[in-house]
Ligand binder design. Sequence first.
Ligand code: MLT
Length: 255
Amino acid sequence: MLRFSEAGNGPAVVLLHGFPLNRSIWDRQMADLSRRYRVIAPDLPGLGQSAPLKDESAASTLGLGRAVVELLDHLGVDRFALAGHSMGGYVALAMQQSLPERITGLALVCSQAGADSPEAREGRFTLAEKVRQEGAEVVADAMLPKLFGPEITPEHPAYGQVFAMMRATSVEGIRGALFAMARRFNMIPRLPAIGVPTLVLAGEKDSIIPLERAEMMAANLATGLLVKLPCGHMPMLEAPEATSQALERWLELAL
Ligand code: MLT
């Protein structure tokens, strides 16, 4: 079973973290949203405190989503609003496809709906091999310079927080997440059929997932709401209050 944090009562909202992070990125949003809602934030398989999948090389976004559903079943949560950051958004989209009747709203935070280009996919396999040989630190070295907007310098507490999170991640967890992301499907053609309120929350200075991809995703959603914040790839840490407010406005519609 996945490890998780939970706070509050009321309709349920589930927060999925991105790569290679853990549920603690949502601490501020848990505190804010739990005033009105039951907030559940799991660590995805192999990340944070959750055990890795048995065979990480077979990981898929659907498989990661299945682990989340198993946890929600265990907690007695039937219907819920689902927010995912970046890779968490890929998992959320896979869950929406397999369980549309249980998901009352979607929030895609600095995420995208397309699949990897062949070069990006190859890059993930190369990184997975490098991580196997050299350890988790290579991912921190590759990602940290691109993760935040220019206001967050290495002296900022969020920088150290994320660096520590990445370094503490298991090699199996990182590899599983990389394989799952590499294998994900192109969900763009499926966006127009999503019938629930869907927030697209984007960082204007996101250099991991460019703003245009969020704009394109929102344009393909019949029930989409686009919110742009002046930050990089980590709005929940870079602009915590505005992130909570955007999620609260979305939850008014989604729950
Ligand atoms: C993430 O932030 O979850 C990942 O960097 C997304 C990705 O690599 O596609």
